[in-house]
Design a protein around this ligand. Structure first.
Ligand SMILES: [Fe+2]
Ligand SMILES: [Fe+2]
Length: 359
């Protein structure tokens, strides 16, 4: 690993973060030559330090773009000799960041607000790699989960027989990996930009507690790619699109244009992440032979099953539409009668947190 000391960086513009990322990509890219993408994902998920997670992500993304990685579900002897690699139920996390109940996390100052963003982005790096490792190579996770089978029975398409003769896939299409490694690299950049920004304010990651709401949702959807896409990427990441204008207003009030620049660039990329969530949600439904006319209904069924509570307006309709979501996808989920068994004040998969908690 490089010995460069990022804390010595004094400027935190977007350009600096890109330069910082490129530096690590160039330095470490060849380290991963002939590694499989699968084992690269495990390396990141088993790495506790988010700064190193980000640096390695930059390097692996470059190696991926230069076709240095292999696609088989393979762990090379050199990689596994030091630390046995496995897919963790929860990624390794830094011991210098205290995790507390979400309702105890405050973000009432600019430093704590940016800290919350850093924390969420650090988990977002793990989430993207977890999608690659957990779902990219396990077609059994693509089928409808048992607890949804009864709910879904009315939707089954008769086209199943027509396609059942095709050769079964053993791993996701390359486009799946293209999309999610791009997400991972962008999350690493978001993490890096906010971390550098906090340094400029005299703060550091770990200065405040964080919570693990994002990962709790990941664990609850760990057996189903459709549930994961629905909740983590089409609900929680989409919630981040709604929150961005609120945060922008706060930065405007303090005339913090450097933070606004970071926020705006990240927001454009988050629209892409939400789009990928919808794209692969739809792909997994097609894999299960569901008709596209039922897509929105099925999405609502998954949200009702895997998400506690209702969505909170106001919605950023413009950004959601850019991500591919018309209002019929999400407005019904904000109605009080959407999930009548849930008290609106109940914990709601991260929704009870402060607005700044969403990446
Ligand atoms: Fe992000
Ligand atoms: Fe994201």
């Amino acid at each position: 690993m490089s010995s460069s000391n990022p804390s010595s960086l004094s400027s935190t513009s977007n350009a600096d973060a890109y330069t910082y990322g490129k530096q690590y990509a160039d330095e470490l890219c060849m380290t991963f030559h002939n590694y499989s993408l699968y084992e690269c994902a495990l390396i990141i998920l088993n790495e506790p330090d988010p700064q190193i997670k980000a640096q390695k992500t930059f390097a692996i993304y470059k190696a991926y773009q230069e076709n240095l990685l292999t696609f088989e579900k393979f762990i090379s002897p050199s990689s596994s000799s030091s630390v046995p690699l496995s897919l963790p139920s929860k990624p390794a996390r830094p011991d210098y960041v205290t995790e507390v109940d979400a309702r105890k996390v405050k973000s009432n100052s600019k430093k704590s607000m940016i800290h919350a963003l850093i924390h969420a982005e650090s988990y977002a790096i793990d989430l993207a790699w977890d999608v690659i490792a957990r779902f990219g190579y396990n077609p059994e996770t693509w089928i409808i989960p048992h607890d949804m089978e009864g709910t879904m029975s009315t939707y089954q398409s008769t086209s199943a027989d027509a396609t059942s003769t095709t050769v079964p896939l053993t791993q996701a299409p390359k486009e799946f990996f293209d999309d999610w490694i791009k997400v991972a690299s962008e999350e690493a950049l978001h993490f890096t930009k906010w971390r550098l920004r906090l340094l400029e304010f005299g703060g550091h990651y770990g200065e405040f507690p964080g919570h693990q709401g994002l990962w709790e949702s990941a664990e609850e959807t760990s057996l189903s790619s459709i549930a994961r896409m629905s909740i983590v990427h089409c609900v929680l990441e989409a919630r981040g699109l709604d929150v961005a204008p609120i945060m922008r207003t706060k930065f405007e009030k303090s005339q913090d244009y450097a933070s606004i620049e970071i926020l705006d660039q990240n927001h454009k990329e988050e629209i892409g992440h939400v789009h990928y969530g919808k794209k692969w949600f739809e792909w997994f439904l097609q894999y299960n032979h569901y008709n596209s006319t039922d897509t929105i209904d099925i999405f609502h069924k998954f949200v009702k099953t895997y998400f506690r509570g209702i969505l909170r307006p106001p919605f950023n309709d413009t950004s959601r539409q850019l991500a591919g979501f018309t209002s019929e996808w999400y407005v019904p989920l904000s109605k009080a009668d959407f999930n009548p068994n849930i008290n609106n004040n109940t914990n709601t998969n991260n929704e009870e947190t402060n607005d700044e908690e969403t990446e």
